[in-house]
Write a protein that binds this ligand. Structure first.
Ligand code: FAD
Length: 582
C-alpha cells in the first residue's frame, strides 16, 4: 500500500443542495449506515439520502491500521469520548467510578477507529434469537448476510490457525500453542455451526489485501461508487435532530403514526442551517447503540416519564428506548516477556521504529500495517473448574454460547504498579461476553449535539463476577502453560490469590474496562418482554410506520463475539428487507 496516494474528490452534498424528498433516508453514516446507503442505492431505482454527523476525511492516517486505531492513536475529530454516570459501587476499588465511553464519528463511524478484529458470529446465538420469537433471524437465515459483508470488509483474507507464519509477535504465537495444548481446538471458521464454540481463533481483520483499513465507508462507499451513483446523496457534518411524524390512515386502513421526515441541522459550511427533508418510503436510523435511542427520545418516542421530565412532547410511550444498555467489559492480567517478542520493542528501540517507518514509506509494508491482536480464545465458563482447567469429560458442543473471551496482546496499559516497562509486555484481556447486568441511556439535555447520560451499571448481576473469576483462572493457567513450555514469561500484575473469590472480585472492580461494545438500547423484542423491546423482527419501531433501526442498538443482547461483523450482517439484512418491503 502506498500511503500517500491521492484519491479523486468525494461527491458530497451541502445541506442547501439536498432535495426536499427522497425515497429512503439513512440517518448515521457509520458501520451500518454505509451498508444501508450502498445496498439501497445500488439498483438505481430509489433516491437515497445518507446524513452523517462527522466528515468524509480519508487521508493516509485514516487508512493506516496503526495510526487510525483508537488504542494506539486516538483521533479526537473522529471519535466522541465522554464519561458515563458515576457508579458508587466501585468506590472501594478505584479512584474514578466513571468509564470513558467512545464511539466513532464520520463516514465509517466506529469502523474508522476500532481495533479491526473481525470475529463473524456464534451460529447458536442466532438460532436462539429465532427460537425466542424473532422469525427470520436463525443462523441459516443470517449466514448469507455474513458472507456478503465479509467479502467486502475482509477481502480474501485466509487465516490458518495452524500456521506459525501467521503470527508477527512471538509471545502471541506461544500463547496460541499453549491454548491448543490445553484443549482449545483451533477454529478458522466461526461461521461453521458444526465446530466447537470453546475454541482458539486466529483473528481476521477488516483490512484489504494490501494492508489499509477497510472501514465500512472505504468498503461500501468507495469514491468511484459514490461519484457515479446519481441517486445517492451524502450529506456530512450534519446532524439529524429529530424525526417528524404524521397521524393518518395507513395502507391497511388503520389509523396510526408514520415517520415522514427528518430535521437536519448543519452548524458549519453554508451557515447554521436547519432543514426538514421528507422520506417517501422509509427512514432508517443507524446512529449506533448510543445514538439511535437518543434520536428516538429527542423525537418523543421513549419512556414517557423521562420525556416529560425533559419537556419533550410524548409522541409514543415506548419504555424500551434506552433500556437494556450493556457492553462487553474486561480486566487484564499483565506479564513481562522478552523485549524483541513484544510490540514494546518499537517504542523502546527507536532505530527499529525508524526502520519500520521507512519500510512503510518506501514500500508500503511492515509493522505499521500490523494489527496488535492476533489470537483470541472463546469459552463457556461452566466447562471449566476452579483451577482454570477444562473439566474432565467436558463436551465442547457447537450449541454452547461462549460467555468469556481471552485476547493475548503484545502490549499493556501504562503505569500499572508491578509492571517493568523496560522489558517486553504481554497481556491477556479477559472479557465478559454475555453480561447479565443492564444499564440505561437517557438524555442529558435536548441539544442533539450533546452526549447522552449513560448509566452502565456494570457488574450489578452477581453471575457476571462468577464468569469473570473463572476466565481469570483460565488465563492464569494458560500463562503457566506458556512458562512450563520454557517461554520466559514473568508475572507482573495479576491477582495475588487466584483461590480467594473476594480478592478476585476486588481485582475485577479495580481493573474493569469497557470494550466499547455497547448494545441493545433499541432491542428486537416485544414491548411486554422482561427486557422490553423497541423493534419487531423486521426492525420496525413498534407502533410507528416508515421507521426502522439497523445498528448495534437492535441486538437482543451482546453477541458472544466482537460486534462489528454482527452489525454488518444486521445492516445487510435490513437493506434487503427494505428493498423487499417486508
Ligand atoms: C475503540 C473501539 C474499538 C472497537 N474494536 C472493535 C473490534 O476490534 N472488533 C469489533 O467487532 N468491534 C469493535 N468495536 C465495536 C464496533 O466497532 C461497534 O460495535 C460497531 O462499529 C457499531 O456500529 P454502529 O453502526 O452501531 O455504530 P457506528 O459505527 O458508531 O455509527 C454510528 C454513526 O452515526 C453517526 N451519528 C450519530 N448520531 C447521529 C445523528 N443524530 N445524525 C447524524 N449522524 C449521527 C455517528 O457519527 C456515526 O458515524 C470497537 C469499538 C470502539 C469504540
Amino acid at each position: 500500500m502506498w500511503p500517500f496516494r491521492v484519491d479523486p474528490p468525494f461527491r458530497e452534498f451541502g445541506i442547501k443542495a439536498l432535495e426536499d424528498e427522497y425515497d429512503f433516508i439513512v440517518v448515521g453514516g457509520g458501520t451500518a449506515g454505509c451498508v444501508l446507503a450502498r445496498r439501497l442505492s445500488e439498483n438505481g431505482q430509489h433516491t437515497v439520502l445518507l446524513v452523517e454527523q462527522g466528515d468524509a476525511a480519508d487521508s493516509w492516517k485514516h487508512k493506516t491500521p496503526l495510526t487510525s486505531n483508537h488504542f494506539s492513536s486516538p483521533d479526537p475529530v473522529h471519535s466522541n469520548k465522554f464519561e458515563s454516570v458515576s457508579d458508587s459501587k466501585f468506590a472501594d476499588a478505584r479512584p474514578s467510578q466513571t468509564w470513558s465511553l467512545v464511539n466513532g464519528v464520520g463516514l465509517g463511524g466506529t469502523t474508522r477507529i476500532n481495533g479491526g478484529q473481525y470475529t463473524p458470529a456464534c451460529p447458536a446465538e442466532f438460532d436462539a434469537w429465532a427460537e425466542e420469537g424473532r422469525p427470520g433471524w436463525a443462523f441459516a437465515d443470517m449466514k448469507p448476510y455474513f458472507l456478503k459483508a465479509e467479502k467486502l470488509v475482509c477481502g480474501s483474507q485466509v487465516t490458518d490457525p495452524e500456521s506459525p507464519e501467521n503470527f508477527n509477535y512471538p509471545c502471541t504465537k506461544v500463547a496460541n500453542q499453549a491454548a491448543k495444548d490445553l484443549g482449545f481446538p483451533a477454529v478458522s471458521d466461526l461461521l461453521d455451526p458444526t465446530l466447537p464454540t470453546t475454541c482458539c481463533y486466529k483473528m481476521k481483520y477488516t483490512l484489504s489485501a494490501d494492508g489499509p483499513r477497510l472501514s465500512s465507508f472505504r468498503a461500501y462507499l468507495p469514491k468511484d461508487y459514490v461519484n457515479s451513483t446519481a441517486n445517492l446523496h451524502i450529506c456530512t457534518e450534519a446532524i439529524v435532530s429529530k424525526i417528524g411524524f404524521s397521524v393518518g390512515k395507513g395502507k391497511d386502513g388503520e389509523e396510526g403514526l408514520r415517520a415522514e421526515s427528518v430535521e437536519i441541522h448543519a452548524p458549519k459550511g453554508d451557515g447554521d442551517i436547519t432543514r426538514v427533508v421528507k422520506a417517501r418510503r422509509e427512514i432508517v436510523l443507524a446512529c449506533g447503540a448510543l445514538g439511535s435511542p437518543k434520536v428516538l427520545l429527542l423525537s418523543g418516542i421513549g419512556p414517557q416519564e423521562h420525556l416529560k421530565d425533559m419537556g419533550i412532547n410524548v409522541i409514543r410511550h415506548t419504555p424500551g428506548v434506552g433500556a437494556n444498555l450493556h457492553d462487553h467489559v474486561f480486566v487484564t492480567n499483565i506479564y513481562n516477556c522478552p523485549l524483541p517478542d513484544s510490540f514494546a520493542r518499537l517504542a523502546k528501540q527507536p532505530y527499529l521504529f525508524i526502520a519500520e517507518l521507512l519500510k512503510y514509506l518506501i514500500f508500503g509494508t511492515g509493522a505499521l500495517l500490523w494489527t496488535i491482536v492476533e489470537m483470541e480464545i472463546f469459552g463457556t465458563a461452566s466447562l471449566f473448574g476452579s483451577d482454570g482447567k477444562l473439566k474432565a469429560g467436558a463436551e465442547l458442543k457447537p450449541e454452547l454460547r461462549p460467555d468469556f473471551a481471552i485476547i493475548s496482546v503484545p502490549v499493556a496499559a501504562p503505569n500499572v504498579p508491578g509492571v517493568d516497562y523496560s522489558k517486553g509486555l504481554f497481556a491477556q484481556t479477559i472479557a465478559l461476553m454475555k453480561p447479565e447486568s443492564r444499564g440505561t441511556l437517557r438524555l442529558r439535555s435536548t441539544n442533539p449535539a450533546d452526549t447522552p447520560l449513560c448509566e452502565m451499571n456494570y457488574l450489578s448481576a452477581p453471575a457476571d463476577y462468577a464468569v469473570l473469576r473463572t476466565a481469570i483462572r483460565v488465563s492464569a493457567h494458560l500463562c503457566k502453560t506458556m512458562q512450563a513450555s520454557g517461554y520466559p514469561l514473568e508475572v507482573a500484575a495479576i491477582p495475588e490469590d487466584l483461590d480467594d473469590d473476594e480478592k478476585l472480585d476486588v481485582f475485577i472492580r479495580r481493573g474493569l474496562q469497557t470494550e466499547y461494545h455497547y448494545a441493545s438500547t433499541c432491542r428486537i423484542a416485544n414491548e411486554e418482554d422482561a427486557l422490553p423491546g423497541v423493534l419487531d423482527a423486521s426492525l420496525r419501531v413498534h407502533g410507528v410506520a416508515g421507521l426502522r433501526i439497523a445498528d448495534a442498538s437492535v441486538l437482543p443482547g451482546s453477541p458472544a463475539v466482537h460486534p462489528q461483523a454482527v452489525v454488518y450482517a444486521v445492516a445487510e439484512k435490513c437493506a434487503d428487507m427494505m428493498l423487499r418491503g417486508v
